[in-house]
Unconditional design. Structure first.
Length: 191
């Protein structure tokens, strides 16, 4: 879904600040706290980078909401709203566990049909995740304003695929491995 003209508004992607969890913890849909100092630093960086007149769309996760509030305190013109489509992927029964404790067989089951198999038995499949992010992407593409999405690494990687025109993947190694730094704020390369 594209706008009739070729001049699209800019999309900025911002990941929440560093979280306060054990290294290697699976926490997609799990509520975890972000470091408050890192949140303020990320907000200050974004306040300097973001242009005027961009809409803010934010994941409902507390770690993203805290960043949106900190950004708004520095830049009152950046008023946003919560969009549940920008939530991180739900890893089902794996949430709150160390990735190293999940086990090879469980990971093999997931990656065998990576697009369709929900992780952690009842999590969200990659294709459902891509559909959800794709719906937000399509809405943004039809809009008139630039946007900043305050969200998660998984969402940013999904946007990377969607910007390339890919809404389905077959294998785990098709998923972008690009590192997404905590607190980063960057323009989307296809948006």
């Amino acid at each position: 879904m594209d706008r009739p003209d070729t001049a699209l508004p800019q999309l900025w992607l911002m990941r929440h600040a560093r979280v306060q969890v054990a290294p290697g913890l699976c926490y997609g849909a799990t509520e975890v706290d972000a470091d408050p100092v890192a949140t303020q630093e990320a907000a200050a960086q974004a306040a300097r980078l973001l242009p005027r007149d961009v809409a803010v769309r934010c994941s409902p996760a507390r770690r993203c909401q805290d960043l949106a509030r900190a950004l708004h305190a520095l830049r009152p013109d950046l008023v946003g709203h919560t969009d549940p489509r920008l939530a991180e992927m739900d890893f089902g029964a794996w949430e709150g566990r160390l990735w190293s404790d999940i086990g090879r067989e469980a990971m093999a089951t997931w990656t065998r049909d990576f697009g369709e198999t929900p992780p952690g038995l009842h999590g969200e499949s990659v294709h459902r995740f891509l559909d959800r992010i794709g719906a937000a992407w399509d809405e943004w593409r039809l809009g008139e304003r630039g946007e900043v999405w305050i969200t998660h690494a998984g969402v940013i990687r999904a946007v990377e695929l969607i910007a390339q025109g890919r809404r389905r993947i077959d294998a785990a190694n098709d998923w972008p491995a690009t590192p997404v730094a905590f607190g980063c704020c960057m323009p989307c390369a296809g948006g």
